[in-house]
Design a protein around this ligand. Structure first.
Ligand code: ANZ
Ligand code: ZN
Length: 855
């Protein structure tokens, strides 16, 4: 008798499938399409359990859809630019390209061992010139549409290494990862994409995404951060317009001072000679602070008076103009009217600097006084001291104060209703080497000139020195930087910034439908055919930026007439984390490696003797609770690993690693192996008899119930865990069936293998062939439940004696009360208790129970 040997059969089938081209995309227009996509990985070099989970989920979906008759696109690629490759170059002198491609090769081999049904012919690698040529081309599409522009913005500057640092290279204390120097902020001219032009569409179209988790849609909505209010024009004493953005134009009569961002262009003009030293000092201080610091709520307010006043347009009052860092230049107009009575930040500021506080919203049953109140009143009330608004209820609703204020401002030409978005334009410049070069040339006479399409890609030079010091490696390469201007031919300089890697991943899903196209990013006909992605699967950590940027790219390319749809990802599944037990010292907060613990049943810190807590946390090196997929594959094989991951938790929930459950799935596959090999060895020839016997009927019901339940589990919410349970139930039913010679048993064995195929593709294929099939089980049609087989013809009937349940008997479903009474009375079970007694009364509840009252 043969043993289940996963190592052998998995490798055998992976090779065979490769040779047959089993996983190649079927381009058959007569079939409906299904695009199944996992978020592509960064090639760090090692596959972790989170990857395994993500890709297994998508693979099951892809395989089921193929069996259900779809043509399926299920590709894989590499998000291959980025900082770690450059760090490897700096630390270990290995070229970023070499490091990256080595990692890709290693991870591709690991993926292949999992039996994932990818069409590898469509693999994309974002750092490869045949890919980034089109990233550059798409960038130029944005440029031509006026959606890519340059402006000054702050970067992290390391004063010792004289270099720009990425945010990830600055630690939580604001120090450089390499030099340890306190990082400064410097203004540099940098490239931006105008995502703000699409803010409203990105918000509105969230309504189309009912296949996304509500939580993710909400995160996107908050990130876009729409607020509505008004712009109001104040005048400076010199007659300049000083426009503010406010969400509470109704509180205009309560504005007692103004605050400008220190970077506001009118600050210098407004500053009086007496205040100029203080203002200059404050501006310098603010320039060094990050936005997060500046807007932290618990921070003590700081600021300086400019020495000037502005005029409140609603009542002609003169109010002082201050500068303070809590007002940001990048939001609204960079200037606010301060209403300390009703805004907490303004209130704190006013109290600190002794500025007036004037109440204009009076809450019912209270009399707030600006001189004595201790906290701003942001809540409800009635408008007071507010001219035309007096008596109107305060609020944003219809007929309330904000609406009335906007109407009044517009009628009197003092302002207008507007909306604002928290979303900012996307800063895409990186002063680094390992990224996609921005394809423009700077010419002294022509300005910024795009590199012509026929000169793309602008390739990354290979002879580069990496020190982590000084300007970007690209900027140091004289003969790469100096080029003739594509427009006038005079000496000019290449742009040396590279693109944020989020750009590369904002369009890769558009490339897969036409991945080998050498003359275009993609053929719109092909990409429009396959897109949108029907099921996207990935981590919640990408819930905001990656998804928002991809949506933005899709909309811009649609407006360039390259795409004919609004949204790239129809359905989104964000899979939960993979967690494992970690041992934590509750006193020191340190994690202890299991290998250092003497007795795991009484885990103690070897250093302190403290009793350790066992906690389930995301697998990580620092918590010593990582499990290497390689070890699991070696011990049990890919099919077991897949089954465990699918069985252990619903895909969107966190999964707790459990060796016993892994073992359990391995045992289950062994059971399947035994069932099928024994059936095959028995040589039982399914013979067509007429009427089915009762055991045959029962087995057939079990088979078709499994089909029905598993099919339902895979529709909608992808409840793989319950689907695996159903597979286990079916295998038990087969095991226990007394009719192993019956054609129904043969039907059951084949059905089990077909249903198992998407989950454990190798063992299903091996056993399928053992049964004598020539074609792949993965080409087999997904089984369909026969409704007739599901009909239950017998039900259990509860037998009670004097109200006490004594057991059940099987009776025909739908039997009437009289029949039930007869069957119950005659049953052995009832007879046992009734013998020698007289039946006084029989109570029958059809479909449920029969109760005997005896004496
Ligand atoms: C007067 C006022 C009175 C305000 C009041 C609020 C309450 P959101 O919802 O975030 O859009 N503001 C405007 N521009 C700002 C900037 N560049 N930096 C910091 N704060 C700014 O909030 C908009 C409100 O935040 C605006 O409404 C303004 O303060 C402030 F009882 O104006 B408000
Ligand atoms: Zn020129």
């Amino acid at each position: 008798e043969s043993r289940y040997n996963p190592a052998e059969i998995e490798e055998k089938w992976q090779t065979a499938w490769d040779a047959q081209g089993l996983d190649q995309t079927l381009e058959d227009p007569s079939k409906p399409k299904f695009y199944a996509l996992s978020m592509f990985p960064y090639p760090s070099g090692n596959l972790h359990m989170g990857h395994v989970r993500n890709y297994t989920i998508t693979d099951v979906i892809a395989r089921v859809q193929r069996m259900r008759g779809y043509r399926v696109l299920h590709p894989m690629g590499w998000d291959a630019f980025g900082l770690p490759a450059e760090n490897a170059a700096i630390d270990r002198g290995i070229a970023p390209a070499k490091w990256t491609y080595q990692n890709v090769a290693q991870m591709r081999a690991q993926l292949k061992r999992l039996g994932l049904s990818y069409d590898w012919d469509r693999e994309v690698t974002t750092c490869s010139p045949d890919y980034y040529k089109w990233t550059q081309w798409i960038f130029l599409q944005f440029f031509q549409a006026g959606l890519a522009y340059q402006k000054e913005a702050a970067v992290n500057w390391d004063p010792i290494d004289q270099t720009v640092l990425a945010n990830e290279q600055v630690d939580s204390e604001g120090k450089s990862w390499r030099s340890g120097a306190k990082v400064e902020r410097r203004l540099l001219k940098q490239w931006f994409l105008k995502i703000t032009d699409y803010a409203e569409q990105l918000l509105q179209d969230l309504n189309q995404l009912d296949g996304w988790p509500e939580r993710v849609r909400l995160m996107q909505e908050n990130w876009i951060g729409k607020s509505t209010g008004a712009e109001v024009v104040f005048k400076t004493e010199a007659g300049d317009d000083l426009t503010v953005y406010t969400t509470r134009p109704d509180t205009l009569w309560g504005a007692t001072f103004m605050v400008l961002s220190p970077e506001h262009p009118l600050v210098d003009k407004l500053t009086t000679p007496a205040q100029s030293a203080a203002v200059a000092a404050y501006k310098a201080e603010a320039a060094d602070k990050s936005e997060i610091d500046r807007t932290a709520e618990d921070r003590e307010k700081t600021g300086v008076w400019t020495g000037s006043y502005a005029i409140n347009p609603v009542n002609g009052e003169q109010i002082p103009v201050w500068i303070a860092d809590y007002v940001l230049m990048g939001y609204g107009t960079g200037a606010i009217m301060a209403v300390p009575a009703h805004d907490q930040r303004d209130f704190e500021f006013a109290r600190k600097f002794g500025l007036k506080v004037k109440v204009v919203v009076q809450p019912e049953g209270e009399t707030l006084d600006g001189d004595t109140m201790t906290v701003a009143h942001a809540g409800e009330g009635v408008m007071v001291h507010s001219g035309p608004l007096d008596g109107i209820p305060a609020g944003k609703g219809a007929g309330q104060s904000v609406e009335a204020a906007v109407k009044w401002l517009e009628a009197n030409g003092k302002g207008k209703g507007t909306a604002n978005y928290r979303l900012r334009d996307w800063l895409i410049s990186r002063q680094r080497y390992w990224g996609c070069p921005i394809p423009v040339v700077h010419c002294p006479s022509c300005g910024t000139v795009p590199v012509p399409d026929d000169q793309l890609p602008v390739t990354l030079p290979e002879q580069v020195e990496f020190s982590g010091r000084g300007p970007s490696p690209l900027a140091k390469l004289e003969n790469w930087v100096n080029v003739p201007c594509p427009s006038c031919g005079e000496p000019a300089k290449r742009e040396t910034d590279t693109m944020d890697t989020f750009i590369c991943s904002s369009w890769y899903f558009l490339r897969y439908p036409d991945a080998r196209n050498e003359s275009a990013a993609f053929d719109p006909a092909k990409t429009n055919d396959w897109m949108p992605v029907d099921q996207y699967v990935g981590g919640i950590e990408h819930a905001i930026l990656h998804l928002l940027y991809s949506r933005f790219f899709t909309k811009v390319l649609r407006d360039r007439h390259l795409l004919n749809f609004d949204e790239p990802f129809k359905r989104l599944l964000t899979q939960g984390m993979v967690q494992a037990a970690a041992y934590k010292n509750p006193v020191t907060g340190k994690y202890i490696a299991p290998a250092d613990i003497a007795d795991l049943s009484d885990p103690r810190d070897p250093a302190t003797g403290d009793r350790l807590e066992v906690v389930f946390e995301k697998m990580s090196k620092s918590k010593y609770n990582g499990i290497d997929p390689k070890d699991v594959l070696e011990k049990y094989g890919a099919d077991t690993a897949r089954m465990f991951i699918l069985f252990k938790a619903p895909p969107e929930k966190d999964l707790e690693w459990d060796d016993a459950d892994v073992e359990g799935q391995f045992r289950f596959l062994n059971r399947v192996w035994r069932l099928v090999t024994e059936f095959q060895a028995s040589g039982a020839k399914p013979q067509g008899s007429g009427e089915l016997t009762k055991p045959e009927k029962d087995l057939r019901r079990a088979i078709h119930t499994a089909i029905k339940e598993i099919t339902e589990d895979l529709e909608g919410d992808y409840q793989f865990n319950t689907a695996v349970s159903e597979l286990m139930k079916l295998s038990n039913a087969l095991n226990d069936a007394p009719c192993k010679e019956s054609p129904v048993y043969a039907e059951g064995i084949e059905t089990l293998l077909a249903l198992l195929a998407p989950f454990a593709p190798h063992i299903a294929e091996e056993l399928w062939h053992l049964l004598g099939h020539a074609d792949s089980v993965h080409h087999h049609a997904w089984p369909v439940a026969d409704p007739e087989a599901l009909v239950v013809d017998e039900i259990p009937l509860v037998i009670q004696i004097m109200g006490k349940t004594r057991g059940t008997i099987q009776v025909p479903a739908g039997a009437d009360a009289q029949t039930l009474e007869q069957l119950a009375t005659e049953s052995e079970l009832a007879q046992r208790y009734i013998e020698g007694k007289t039946i006084k009364k029989v109570v029958v509840v059809p479909g449920k129970l029969v109760n005997f009252v005896v004496q």
